[in-house]
Unconditional design. Structure first.
Length: 229
């Protein structure tokens, strides 16, 4: 295997890391076989598993799989008429383009292990409180706007899933570990969303993402301990 590719995708991975990725992939295959869906669903599921695991490892290569997952997920959400999911994933796509640039600036190679990964950061207590407050207020305002000016059937639920997703994506782009709190809350809600839609592969994907949020937070916390902002 090419040395650069090895450094990016494999070097520094523990046995648990590799088993975790394998478990996610097997979950997608098993659920897809038990509850068959359009082929695009399994493509989105597999690339989604690989992308988030690579992200939790701080690997910039997660963007390559992430672009595929976002595009395929957009198509799936559109077919299900989940237009809120469509909108937020359009935002994901364009923010990821900028994210590649930001991550390249903070990427480094560990001379001891040969692994390459993002040097994570953590928000100060003041910034964390400000971020949570802004998300709560922004969600309330967005919910009121949707309830007042649109025929949204569940405006506040839409608001409280969309605004935190924007915050989580921006924190991910700029390399902050606190993103994982927002992703966990969003992923729990999306498990229920896709169960209601009858798409078990997507429900399984979000359930796996919940577990990855815990793993990602722990790893990014260790990485952020050596960074001072």
């Amino acid at each position: 295997m090419n040395r650069a590719l090895y450094s990016e995708l494999i070097a520094g991975w523990s046995v648990f890391d590799r088993c975790f990725l394998l478990a996610g992939l097997l979950l997608q295959v098993v659920v897809y076989l038990l509850a068959p869906a359009a082929p695009i669903v399994i493509v989105s599921g597999i690339t989604g598993v690989i992308s988030v695991v690579l992200c939790s490892q701080g690997k910039i290569s997660h963007y390559a799989f992430g672009f595929v997952q976002v595009v395929t997920y957009l198509i799936i959400a559109w077919r299900q008429r989940l237009y809120g999911e469509v909108g937020i994933n359009v935002f994901y796509f364009f923010s990821m383009i900028y994210g590649v640039i930001v991550w390249m600036r903070r990427y480094h190679v560990d001379e001891r292990t040969g692994s390459s990964e993002l040097q994570a950061r953590k928000l100060s207590a003041a910034w964390w409180i400000s971020t949570v407050t802004a998300v709560l207020l922004g969600s309330l305002l967005t919910g009121w706007l949707l309830a007042t000016f649109t025929d949204d059937s569940d405006p506040y639920l839409d608001a409280f899933t969309t605004v935190p997703a924007i915050a989580g994506q921006l924190l991910m782009v700029f390399g902050y570990r606190e993103q994982w709190f927002f992703w966990f809350c969003i992923d729990v809600g999306c498990v229920w969303l896709w169960i209601r839609a009858g798409n078990w592969s997507m429900a399984a994907l979000y359930a796996f993402w919940c577990a990855n949020c815990v793993k990602g937070f722990l790893r990014w916390t260790r990485s952020a301990q050596t960074t001072h902002d």
